[in-house]
Ligand binder design. Structure first.
Ligand SMILES: [Zn+2]
Length: 124
């Protein structure tokens, strides 16, 4: 199983590097905001989360496989993560933030993701 929870996971790094190259400036892992969002565009009031499919329980996703053993250990844990994500997004939206979630599995088509992000963010 891959660890995707620590701060500088490679999908995040990859996305950040691409956005930086395009001319976007942002803050990362902003502790003062709920959920410590991965990429924050303060002046635009926009946030991007890069979610690992397993840890954030991406529905209908073929990218990861749930462990066969100890499901009753994993499921509540992962459902908990998912619930917390929902709650985090709700809090942020209530404070006027616009949010986009990019999933790990989407990063296989980096061009598509990048287009999606740029559409969401607007011009650099
Ligand atoms: Zn996925």
């Amino acid at each position: 199983m891959r660890r995707v929870r620590h701060t500088d996971t490679s999908p995040e790094k990859m996305i950040r590097a691409l956005l930086f190259k395009k001319g976007y400036r942002y803050r990362k892992n902003v502790r003062s905001l709920p959920g410590k969002p991965d990429i924050v565009f303060k002046s635009r009031h926009k946030i991007i989360f890069i979610h690992g499919c397993f840890w954030h329980l991406h529905r209908d996703c073929n990218f990861y496989r749930l462990p066969r053993t100890r499901r009753d250990f994993w499921m509540p844990k992962l459902e908990g993560n998912r619930k917390r994500d929902t709650e985090t997004r709700r809090k942020l939206r209530r404070n006027g933030w616009k949010i986009l979630v990019a999933w790990e599995c989407e990063l296989r088509k980096m061009d598509c993701v990048l287009n999606k992000l740029i559409k969401f963010l607007g011009k650099p």
